[in-house]
Design a protein. Structure first.
Ligand code: PLP
Lengths: 150, 417
């Protein structure tokens, strides 16, 4: 079956069944909620930045489908410990991959896993599921920055 | 597999061209009629026939085409009146859908009749379209929304209903049949409770009328709203029925052409019922085709429709309940519910289920079903929902079951985190 080969490839199922950075952060720099109005899926993202702008910690509580959960899990691994600028670049690349028809996005080795989500593009309604954690992260970074600027 | 009742599914299926569609190499199994039903070729042909033979604007031309179009359009009012057992044809108002019919009442009747401190009573199983308009109205009029209680198996708790509907109640808004649980609600009892307190009752018939023989007189309701697209008709046509005295007292909801009887530079006299509520060129083609849809159901007989659906629902509930870790929502007794079965399989997100089922040619709905507050009550993000109609077979239930097994295999059935 097609899905078994691509959409639910091993990587996605692995992250779905064992999501990384699952949980919450007590004194987070930003806590933001994301909702997919289509299906009602919700997720809460906790972000902790260092004063110098490094992503010190990130946690997610998701009640989503496999795509949503796996995408969030992979995202958290990709950005943990990175600078905000670098995280923003990764977000941008990821969104380009998901939203461009015949994209040629290539992620470097340690981020290669993210390409597993490219298969989701075959199911247009579910691109939103994959993007939800990333859009929530963008909002989180914005919120955290504003808090720091104060 | 054929049905044991006097009802020829195979013959009916031949009227629905879309059922021959092949998806991912498999024959379509359409189990999403609660969202919208499929349309028989008679309905589809009525649309083409209108555009090919007598397309014209209604209520204005003095030429043959316009006269024919007007006659065909107006005839549907009578067809609908008879189908829902309303007293007068002028009580049948064409809208775009259920949602618009309910909004018409909220804007027109609501703004005139709901006062600060009044209560609007509804159930937690209402579709957003029978909830959000009342929520907005309540906020604007400083009225209060009061929710009825539900029992464990998704039925209205009638004991507390008798307390919750009281002297402050201005309106009771209730669905005839839940699009999540399938529950058939005791509308008549609720109507009596409402009337005892001088309140008005609006019934959302979107899921009821396609499947249940319905008489607005027997239901004792004041307003009844539904969509033709869920009952074999095209999209774009809804009905608001209301008691004449109520409708006559209500101000128009939209203004413009057709709804007037005379217009002067500074004032306008409004048209009479039902046209008072039908501003602008209506959806002539789809209304005419809707009449064909109602005739189609009438020819089969709503009793037979119901019997067929009870049989399929009972079979589906029994087969589904054999799945390990499944939760089925709503009443277990198939005679207390319509052909809508919502479920969750522990560890499988409904979205994932829906996707894998689709790849097996099986169309179900997955999500919140426009009932987010109810999903919160159930403590789920959504459910998977299979819904049945006249063209579904027991074999298709088996195909659903097979596809569910496949989904469990693909996803690696794990306990919910
Ligand atoms: C119970 C119920 N009410 C109202 C509606 C809204 O119908 P429509 O979208 O045609 O206005 C639906 C359709 O999904 C429904 O199931």
């Amino acid at each position: 079956m097609s899905l078994a080969d691509d959409l639910y490839r091993e990587t996605i199922l692995d992250h779905y069944h064992n999501p990384r950075n699952n949980g919450s952060i007590d004194n987070a720099s930003a806590t933001v909620e994301g909702v997919n109005p289509l299906c009602g899926d919700e997720l809460t993202l906790y972000l902790k930045l260092t004063p110098s702008g490094l992503i010190e910690d990130v946690k997610l509580t998701a009640h989503g489908c496999s795509i949503n959960t796996a995408s969030g899990s992979m995202m958290s691994e990709a950005i943990l410990g990175q600078s905000v600028e670098r995280a923003q670049k990764i977000i941008e690349d990821f969104k380009t991959m998901m939203l461009t028809k015949e994209d040629e996005t290539v992620f470097e080795d340690e981020l290669e896993e993210l390409e597993a989500l490219r298969g989701v593009k075959k199911y247009p309604v579910r691109i939103k599921c994959a993007l939800l954690p990333w859009n929530t992260l963008l909002e989180g970074i914005e919120t955290a920055r504003q808090a720091q600027a104060k | 597999m054929s049905s044991s009742i006097d009802f020829d599914v195979e013959k009916i299926r031949k009227d629905f061209p879309i059922l021959d569609r092949v998806i991912e190499g498999k024959r379509l199994v359409y189990l999403d009629s609660a969202a919208t039903s499929q349309k028989p070729s008679q309905v589809i042909k009525a649309i083409t026939n209108y555009y090919e033979q007598y397309n014209a604007n209604v209520h204005r031309g003095i030429h043959t085409l316009s006269e024919e179009a007007t006659a065909a359009y107006e005839a549907v009012r009578e067809t609908v009146r008879e189908f829902i057992d309303a007293r007068e044809t002028c009580e049948i108002i064409f809208t775009r859908n259920t949602t618009e019919a309910i909004n018409l009442v909220a804007y027109s009747w609501g703004k005139q009749n709901v006062l600060p401190g009044d209560e609007i009573v509804l159930s937690p199983m209402e579709h957003h379209s029978n909830l959000v308009p009342w929520q907005q109205l309540a906020a604007e009029r400083e009225a209060k929304l009061v929710y009825l209680d539900l029992t464990e198996d998704g039925q209205i708790n009638m004991e507390t209903a008798a307390q919750l509907i009281g002297p402050k109640t201005r309106l009771v808004a209730i669905t005839q049949m839940s699009n999540v649980f399938g529950t058939i609600n005791p509308v008549k009892e609720l109507a009596q409770l409402a009337h005892k307190n001088n309140a008005v009752i609006l019934v959302d018939g979107a899921q009821g009328i396609p499947h249940l023989k319905t008489s607005v007189a027997d239901l004792e309701c004041d307003f009844y709203a539904f969509s033709l697209h869920k009952m074999l008709g095209p999209t774009g046509v809804g009905i608001l029925w209301g008691k004449k005295a109520l409708l006559e007292a209500m101000p128009p909801f939209m203004f413009g052409g057709d709804m007037i009887s005379s217009v002067h530079r500074d004032k306008t006299r409004f048209n009479e019922l039902p046209w008072k509520f039908e501003a602008g060129t209506p959806n002539v083609a789809d209304v005419i085709a809707s009449g064909v849809a109602v005739d189609y159901l009438k020819n089969i007989g709503m009793d037979k429709v119901r019997a067929h659906e009870i049989e399929i629902t009972r079979y589906a509930m029994q087969k589904l309940s054999e799945i390990k870790d499944i939760v089925i929502y709503g009443p277990l007794d198939a005679t207390k519910r319509g052909g809508v079965v919502s479920f969750n399989i522990n560890g499988l997100h409904p979205h994932d289920l829906g996707q894998i089922l689709s790849d097996n040619g099986v169309a179900i709905r997955a999500g919140h079903h426009c009932c987010q507050p109810l999903m919160k009550d159930l403590k789920v993000m959504g459910t998977a929902r299979a819904s049945f109609y006249i063209y579904n077979t027991l074999e298709e239930v088996d195909m659903l079951l097979a596809a569910l097994k496949e989904a469990e295999k693909v996803m690696g059935h794990v306990a919910c985190r």
